[in-house]
Design a protein around this ligand. Structure first.
Ligand code: ZN
Ligand code: ZN
Ligand code: ZN
Length: 381
């Protein structure tokens, strides 16, 4: 893997990653202005958690036509054409600092004049990870080797951000689909380097801690073993990974992809397990896309070891996919019981939905354990 860092005049960095091709030459571009927006953390005393206030995000690019996609390569910087976020005529994978961040390394100082309403600096990083230079690609349509390279890039970003001062948690995620609020359709994910451990992760850590205290075992290791033994909720398997609809899934098509051996973070994966993760991610994507013949929107959240230098017994790498659909044409809305009482009502049996997804995975790829062909056009039954 080759890696090139480019620092823009506006202070943001860009990394180009090269695997199969030499790194492209960087074009000279005029830099965009970076706004001086209000960005801070506000403490919500009622729930004892932070809210990020980031006013610049209102101005971010909203569903531009493909020729103005800021995530495509820059066609020709010398003419009047549009300079994108990547000043190169092509790239394999790229990572850059979000122009409309929720955290930034140079976040403005804050003043506190109330003990109850306290603010903190929104210190951290917000990165955009470009999966492919192809505007219309999806994880399932990309060759498996490209998804494998993406995993290497995730590992690189996790490793670098983990060593960055003040970063307590590296949160790798993806929002896909306009139903989720995605404003750019070009295939990409994001990374937030949090200055604290997000509440949802803290809740998982607390549950894993209590379980470990009681049993001296890793909770996720035991969940994975029991899911594999039960079998009814398994969607796909690949070397070192299993995808399943959780026993107590909150959403009908929720799927967790977990390491089958105890792996605390991406960096603990053996090369063959990185291969397995690439394979199972493509299989799951193909199943989601083939279920109703449209790319199923979802949020993808990767949970792994925190980077605050406190080892925790229950840290175990897994990725949670949360599609907001409950049927082909019905969205699952988070209503009063979910938002006001934090209790999900799932209208379906997880075993039934796992069977639907398993059938879609088998139809689209011949099953995760069979070799996957390299392009989506080859994967139709
Ligand atoms: Zn694009
Ligand atoms: Zn474990
Ligand atoms: Zn989790």
């Amino acid at each position: 893997m080759q890696k090139l860092r480019f620092d823009r005049p506006d202070g943001r960095y860009l990394y180009l990653y090269g695997f199969d091709q030499p790194l492209p030459a960087l074009l000279t571009i005029e830099d965009q202005n970076r706004g001086e927006d209000q960005i801070e953390l506000r403490w919500n005393p009622l729930l004892a958690e932070h809210v990020i206030v980031s006013t610049g995000r209102q101005g971010r690019t909203f569903l531009p036509p493909p020729e103005y996609c800021p995530l495509c390569p820059t066609v020709d910087a010398s003419s009047e054409t549009f300079a994108t976020e990547v000043p190169a005529a092509t790239y394999e994978l790229a990572v850059f600092e979000n122009r409309f961040p929720s955290f930034r390394p140079d976040a403005p100082a804050v003043e506190n004049d109330s003990a109850l309403f306290s603010r903190a600096r929104a210190d951290g990083r917000c990165e955009v990870v470009l999966y492919s230079p192809q505007h219309d690609a999806t994880l399932a349509s990309l060759p498996e080797s490209q998804v494998r390279h993406l995993i290497d890039v995730w590992c690189d970003r996790y490793g670098e951000l983990a060593l960055t001062e003040g970063v307590a948690y590296v949160f790798i995620f993806e929002n896909r689909g306009q139903e989720i609020g995605v404003t750019l359709t070009h295939p990409h994910g994001q990374i937030y380097a949090f200055p604290y451990i997000p509440p949802r992760v803290q809740q998982e850590q607390a549950a894993a801690f209590l379980y470990h205290q009681r049993t001296a075992r890793c909770l996720q290791c035991d969940i994975v073993a029991e899911e594999i033994a039960a079998g009814a909720r398994i969607v796909a398997t690949a070397h070192g990974f299993v995808a399943y609809v959780p026993f107590a899934a909150r959403l009908p098509y929720e799927v967790h992809v977990a390491a089958t051996a105890h792996r605390e973070s991406l960096l603990d994966l053996l090369p063959a397990e990185r291969d397995g993760l690439a394979r199972i991610l493509r299989t799951l994507q193909a199943a989601y896309d083939d279920l109703w013949d449209f790319p199923l929107p979802y949020t993808m959240s990767m949970h792994q070891r925190a980077t605050d230098a406190h080892p925790r017994a229950g840290d175990h790498l897994h990725i949670e996919f949360m599609p907001p659909y409950r049927t082909k044409d019905k969205l699952k809305y988070l209503a009063g019981v979910e938002t006001g009482a934090a209790t999900y009502i799932n209208d379906t049996a997880p075993e039934e939905k796992a069977a639907d997804l398993r059938a879609a995975a088998a139809g689209s790829s011949g099953g995760a354990s069979a070799p996957l062909s390299s392009t989506i056009s080859d994967t139709a039954p």
